[in-house]
Design a protein around this ligand. Structure first.
Ligand code: UD1
Length: 420
């Protein structure tokens, strides 16, 4: 199994081009199931998760063609199977989102309950309740969801009890081909939701209000094939910005939509890092000044993203004072804390809060993480630490960060991937 080996203590200096957003790309891939015409996606990241989704779509009968140049062609001329097996769905939770499009197009589906990152229980009750509201009959049997919609799905008025990115997207993917109008109340407002709506609308869907709490979808009978560019990955951009703030130096992030990280920039600045933005890029700089403590709590968009919480914690673990971090989205997302503590951080977790008492320096160690974003925080900590850090279980990183070792290496980091 590969590991990442880092010799820490070198400030970063250089440019990093941000890839297409993983969390958008995998939902956009599911869109291909809604049309018998070809869908081309550009600015696609090459990741383990996009590969897993490609394997699942191929199993359903989609012709999947991955280009050399960040493009992917997907063509679901016919659906060969409406069963998404456990072996493929367990690799990535978001692949569960094929259920809605299969129901919309074929009026039936059998999809395994999902796997994915070990960050809390992460049920799919909101997804299933929304599909039931659209007229699906749903049964759970032996780890599978068996769903039917005789005569097709029908528009409905749906109020989510709390905000869920996945349930909002899943309902959109089903409602676009339903008969009549669907209204989503308390919908998620993430940029990835807008990206999905933009793609579907370009194909002929009628979605209004994406990016607001109330979204309206008037069902259409057919969607057309198109070419669509995936939005840049705000979490990848935020991860490298926080890495630069943690280790110091100067990094220019290119292909960034800085407005998608509105909750991050003021907090990075408060922590003592200079951030300068222009149209498509962001310059992040800290030269020798101390990191200042900053409290932070995660919220649904436009609040601070939970997917940057671990990376933010790595930064303030080196601050000159105490920071309090509160995780409001997932109940079990502090698994990186004991690993950061192994590197010399001083962190106490009580329920949903972590008290981070800044230390003067971190020391390299062997660490491992159980989720994707946590692994990125360990890489950032390793860059700032004295000595050698080995990050084990690199497959977590490969799920969501394209060429992380190469991108950081190009900025002067002493980082390499080692196969064992
Ligand atoms: C997506 C992102 C993930 C991000 C998260 C929150 C993808 C592939 N993943 O995950 O990176 O951290 O949004 O921004 O886009 N919940 C339920 N029942 C449900 C659905 C969700 O209880 O049916 C709970 C979850 O356990 C969690 C909370 O709702 O506590 C929010 O989860 P959700 O927004 O759905 O996250 P995902 O879509 O899984």
């Amino acid at each position: 199994m590969d590991k990442i080996v880092i010799e820490g203590g070198v400030p970063l200096s250089g440019e990093i081009t941000i890839s297409g957003a993983k969390n958008s790309a995998i939902k956009l891939m599911a869109v291909c199931l809604l049309t018998d015409e070809p869908l081309e996606l550009t600015n696609m990241p090459k990741l383990r998760d996009t590969r897993s989704m490609g394997e699942l779509l191929a199993e359903l009968g989609v012709a999947v063609d991955v280009g050399q140049d960040s493009t992917m062609q997907l063509h679901a001329r016919t659906i060969a199977s409406t069963t998404a097996p456990y072996d493929l769905v367990r690799k990535m939770r978001a692949s569960f989102n094929v259920l809605g499009p299969l129901l919309a197009r074929c009026h039936q589906a059998k999809v395994s309950l999902p796997g994915g990152c070990a960050i809390g229980a992460r049920p799919v009750d909101l997804h299933l309740d929304a599909l039931k509201a659209l007229g699906a009959e749903i049964e759970l049997s032996e780890g599978y969801v068996l769903a039917k919609a005789k005569g097709g799905l029908k528009g409905a008025d749906i109020t989510f009890p709390f905000i869920s990115v996945g349930a909002t997207e899943h309902t959109m993917l089903a409602a676009v081909l339903a008969k009549g109008e669907t209204v989503l109340n308390n919908a998620a407002r993430e940029p990835e939701i807008i990206d999905l709506a933009d793609c579907l609308n370009a194909m002929g869907a009628k979605i209004t209000g994406a990016g607001r709490s109330e979204m309206r979808i008037v069902g259409v009978s057919k969607l057309n094939g198109i070419s669509y560019a995936v939005v840049p990955d705000r979490i990848e951009a935020g991860t490298y910005a926080l890495a630069a703030a943690t280790v110091g130096g100067s990094v220019r992030l290119k292909n960034v939509r800085s407005e998608h990280l509105g909750a991050l920039w003021p907090l990075i600045a408060k922590a003592g890092t200079k951030v300068t933005m222009d149209e498509n890029s962001v310059l992040v700089e800290r030269f020798g000044t101390p990191i200042l403590p900053v409290d932070m709590e995660t919220q649904a968009y436009p609040g601070f993203p939970t997917d940057l919480q671990a990376q933010f914690m790595a930064m303030v673990s080196l601050a000159d004072g105490v920071s309090i971090i509160r995780e409001n989205i997932f109940e079990n997302r502090f698994m990186h804390c004991p690993e950061l503590v192994r590197m010399g951080a001083n962190i106490t977790v009580t329920g949903r809060e972590a008290i981070v008492r800044g230390v003067k320096g971190l020391k390299g160690a062997q660490v491992m993480a159980t989720d994707l974003r946590a692994s990125a925080s360990l890489v950032a900590a390793g860059l700032a630490a004295v000595g050698t850090t080995e990050v084990l279980r690199v497959y977590h990183l490969d799920r969501g960060f394209e060429k992380i070792d190469e991108k950081l290496g190009n900025c002067g980091a002493r980082i390499k991937r080692v196969s064992e």
